[in-house]
Design a protein around this ligand. Structure first.
Ligand code: SAH
Length: 214
């Protein structure tokens, strides 16, 4: 693995941050997390030049690392505060996980693809990012570790799983892209055990949230 973070990669990240600002990402903490995290280490080293383009990219096992804009947008919508306990569904490359860690959260993350789970857990350890990684099914969440201050789903969900609503604290926020082929970014705030308010934040395209582990 390429550990090097050079002037070149740092420069490319600065440019990416400028690009995200033009796309109306404004949260300084989110922008500085993106400026800090060497995204090129999360994709195959032969594709270095793609790492800092604002595009999704294949990471193997038919999965993708989300587009930087999408990571930034979801992170903003989550309004992360230091020490919050966050559940992420879809560890994937681990890049979004690291953004949440840089924002000061305690992160629990679930991946359903076994190989990806092992590969990313190892990478995060090597990079000194301390997340709690689980191989499992995001539809079930993590009842043993609930409740969570925030929940972030990074795959396209056909519906909002009840388990995730249940595992959210009152006052907590769930950010979830909902839809089959394309998704609407929905942001739920838990008002009481049974009541949620919902806002919509535009159209996105994610890999599907699938049932059962693989
Ligand atoms: N946050 C990731 C995005 C990866 S794409 C990143 O920054 O790279 C979404 C991921 O969700 C894929 O790795 C996919 O395998 C995973 N996924 C799909 N359905 C899932 C489910 N039911 N439970 C957990 N993970 C799931």
């Amino acid at each position: 693995m390429q550990h090097l973070d050079t002037y070149k990669t740092k420069g490319l990240r600065k440019k990416l941050v400028e690009e995200l600002k033009t796309k109306e990402i404004t949260c300084p903490k989110v922008l500085s997390a993106i400026e800090k995290i060497p995204r090129h280490l999360f994709i195959d080293s032969s594709f270095l030049e793609f790492a800092y383009q604002d595009k999704a990219f294949p990471i193997g096992e038919d999965q993708t690392i989300s587009q930087p804009y999408t990571v930034a947008k979801q992170s903003e919508l989550l309004q992360v505060k230091s020490k919050e306990k966050i559940l992420e569904i879809g560890t994937g490359s681990g890049y979004q996980t690291c953004v949440l860690l840089e924002l000061g959260a305690k992160v629990f993350t679930i991946e359903r693809q076994r190989n990806l789970y092992f590969k990313t857990k190892e990478l995060l350890t090597q990079l000194n990012y301390n997340a709690n990684c689980f191989y499992g099914d995001g539809y079930a969440g993590l009842p043993n570790f609930a409740p969570f201050d925030k929940i972030l789903v990074t795959c396209g969900a056909p519906f909002v799983p009840d388990a995730l609503k249940e595992q959210l604290k009152i006052g907590g926020i769930l950010v979830i892209p909902v839809g089959e082929n394309a998704q609407q970014m929905q942001v739920y705030t838990k008002q009481s055990d049974t009541e949620f308010s919902c806002e919509e934040h535009g159209d996105f395209k994610f890999v599907p949230m699938l049932e059962n582990r693989k």
